[in-house]
Design a protein around this ligand. Structure first.
Ligand SMILES: Nc1ncnc2c1ncn2[C@@H]1O[C@H](COP(=O)(O)OP(=O)(O)O)[C@@H](O)[C@H]1O
Ligand SMILES: [Mg+2]
Length: 234
């Protein structure tokens, strides 16, 4: 597969199980970057577009489906999300922060269930045309602790089983062991301690990118409008 040509912006994904603090950390990072004058686009998968919101409902609340159908719906969501939100924003020089990206698909569907990781990874890399994040923040936490933080969905443990969440955590850690774009943080630490580490890493990536990632405001490719739904915001 050919990988995507480099864009002027910066793509940062937040990964990890439920309740590890992805939304919290993403929000704090966005505010900090905006205060420095960067243009920031916040989004999420699944569901960062209007079509994505429909796919998200189908995946999370629709009929029971087989693992291939589920993987294809997630991949369809990603393909559309990247085409209509992520890539235009990166081309305009924005910093895109996404609450989950392809690593969640691979960790949840490749290792946790019936499909093989390699096959699932190929599908999920193909869907966004090979676009990988510049930085992937893995918030690592014991799934029991993460799920305990989520008061609103107490039935998730029963539905998927603790073993599934433990396997998924291991799958994330195994992927992160590749290094490169990954940073693994202990998500049991205080919110501001985790955030300081996130900022340090993103600042380093921006410095490495040099030039003007995220600094061109008001361009005509404003990805914060159009296909993005308010519901899709993390
Ligand atoms: N480091 C932390 N320590 C304790 N509680 C946290 C921490 N980070 C987030 N929380 C709390 O845990 C809950 C889940 O956080 P959230 O950011 O929504 O997680 P996620 O988006 O990964 O599911 C929220 O109530 C949040 O305030
Ligand atoms: Mg969240």
């Amino acid at each position: 597969m050919t990988t995507a040509p480099r864009q002027p912006g910066l793509l940062v994904s937040f990964e990890g199980g439920d309740g590890v603090g992805k939304s919290t950390q993403l929000r704090l990072l966005a505010t900090w970057l905006e205060e420095q004058g960067h243009r920031v686009v916040r989004t999420r998968e699944p569901g960062g577009t209007t079509l994505g919101a429909e796919l998200r409902r189908a995946v999370l609340h629709g009929d029971e489906m087989g693992p291939r159908a589920e993987a294809l719906l997630y991949a369809a969501d990603r393909a559309h999300h990247v085409d209509t939100v992520v890539r235009p924003a990166l081309e305009a020089g924005a910093i895109v922060l996404t609450d989950r990206y392809l690593d969640s698909s691979v960790a949840y569907q490749g290792d946790g269930r019936a499909l093989g990781a390699e096959e699932v990874e190929r599908l999920h890399l193909w869907a966004p045309g090979g676009l990988l994040p510049d930085v992937t923040v893995l918030l690592d936490l014991d799934p029991v602790a993460g799920l305990a933080r989520l008061e609103r969905e107490p039935d998730r443990l029963e539905r998927a089983g603790l073993e599934f969440h433990v396997r998924t955590r291991e799958a994330f850690l195994a992927r992160a062991a590749e290094g490169g774009r990954w940073i693994v943080l202990d998500a049991s630490a205080a919110v501001d301690v985790v955030q300081a580490a996130v900022r340090e890493r993103v600042a380093a990536a921006l410095a490495e990118r040099g030039a003007d990632a995220g600094e061109r405001r008001g361009g005509d490719a404003d990805a914060s409008s159009g296909e993005r739904s308010a519901e899709g915001l993390p």
